[in-house]
Ligand binder design. Structure first.
Ligand SMILES: [Zn+2]
Length: 391
């Protein structure tokens, strides 16, 4: 019997301590600029083609640079150009020609190695290797036994960070009709099976609003030391929200194990975005990323626990009857009813609709239609050069 396999990818971020040649960043950006110009002028979206057309020329121009920097720059240029085309098609691109101004370098396994026991990284530079100490980071037990993939070297001000992608192939159980669906809302997460739905209040908006107001207060009376304070608040806010994500994700996995479910059903977020547009002001900016981030946490935890993860279309899940498919009408506080006699809480309705869609939808998409939350092996090589947090 074939055992279903899934690749879990997680990114760890380490702050680095040690001297690193400044010039490498500017050289890399220069190369990236030339590659972007070329990709843009010729409409090159394939990494192989970009490499074939530019590698030798760049190799000759920068002979002392380790050659793999040119490879990774080709990958980055390719993915930056592709995403700029996508933005342009959607009509939201700022500039005609894609530009990249950030201090970011992509590293492959020829360009760096990690020594997690000794908390050190070794990075290739012109004429040898530089050893740097890993300071505090997000390295955690969960990365143990995972394979080290590519990485990004990121410079912010005078600080240097190394973001490393860890991956692991896990065995997941054979899919059956038993699943736990997850409905994410602004202030609560509802999840469960046809038999039982649990509703957890997230208080995320309360936390975010409190910190938003705190920051605004701080900015309205400028002081010399406001920057570190702002950063401190931002860090605290992120950690508090992330702690909530992890707690709820664990509850979801427990529920799935208890129900002997094979699959976690998540909503395709394309429609959630549309929903959010209605209440833009605070919400759009504060919540857009967090739904996605929460799903990512659920997804990797589920896969590490041997569960399958599928995304189903969330359109109409809170307005249609999960029994007959008819349109529901409001019946008091958060209650919805149908002409067929069905009546339920709106969170329960959403969860049941997601479950029903999963059960009907044999071809449920295993990855998020907007691009996988965690890059999987099926991706084109170009996509590997992409990390949403960096672009
Ligand atoms: Zn009905």
């Amino acid at each position: 019997m074939r055992v279903p396999l899934e690749t879990v990818k997680l990114t760890a971020s380490f702050k680095l301590d040690g001297s690193f040649p400044e010039s490498l960043f500017s050289t890399y950006r220069e190369i990236l600029g030339q590659l972007l110009d070329h990709a843009w002028a010729k409409g090159v979206t394939s990494f192989e083609r970009l490499k074939a057309e530019k590698y030798h020329e760049l190799r000759a121009r920068y002979p002392s640079l380790p050659s793999h920097y040119i490879y990774t720059a080709c990958q980055m240029a390719c993915s930056i150009y592709k995403s700029s085309r996508k933005l342009k098609r959607r009509g939201v691109a700022k500039a005609e020609k894609p530009l990249f101004k950030k201090q970011v370098m992509m590293l492959d396994d020829h360009l760096f190695s990690l020594d997690l026991e000794g908390w050190e990284a070794s990075i290739a530079v012109g004429g040898g290797k530089v050893r740097v100490k890993l300071l505090h980071g997000t390295y955690h037990e969960k990365f143990k036994g995972m394979r080290v993939g590519q990485a990004w070297l990121v410079k912010r001000g005078s600080d240097l960070y190394l973001k490393v992608v860890f991956s692991k192939v896990v065995e997941v159980v054979e899919t059956n009709e038993k699943a736990v669906a997850v409905d994410v809302n602004e202030n609560n997460v509802a999840f469960g099976t046809m038999e039982r739905v649990v509703n957890v209040e997230t208080k995320e908006r309360i936390i975010r609003t409190a910190y938003f107001l705190k920051r605004r207060r701080l900015q309205s009376k400028p002081r010399l030391d406001e920057k570190p304070l702002l950063a401190k608040y931002r860090g605290r806010e992120r950690r508090r929200v992330e702690a909530i994500y992890h707690r709820i994700a664990n509850q979801i996995i427990d529920e799935a194990n208890e129900a002997k479910a094979s699959t976690i059903v998540l909503e395709d977020l394309t429609n959630v975005r549309k929903r959010i547009k209605r209440s833009r002001e605070l919400n759009g900016r504060l919540n857009r990323w967090s739904f996605r981030k929460f799903q990512r946490v659920v997804e990797y935890k589920a896969k590490l626990a041997g569960l399958n993860v599928v995304y189903v279309d969330a359109k109409g899940t809170s307005s249609l009857c999960p029994v007959c498919g008819g349109r529901l009408s409001p019946n008091g506080h958060r209650r919805l009813k149908c002409r067929c006699g069905f009546e339920e809480d709106r969170d329960v309705v959403a969860v049941k609709n997601l479950l029903r869609r999963y059960q009907m939808d044999v071809g449920a998409s295993p990855v998020h239609p907007e691009g996988p939350p965690m890059t999987t092996e099926r991706d084109e090589k170009c996509e590997e050069g992409r990390d949403e947090s960096l672009f």
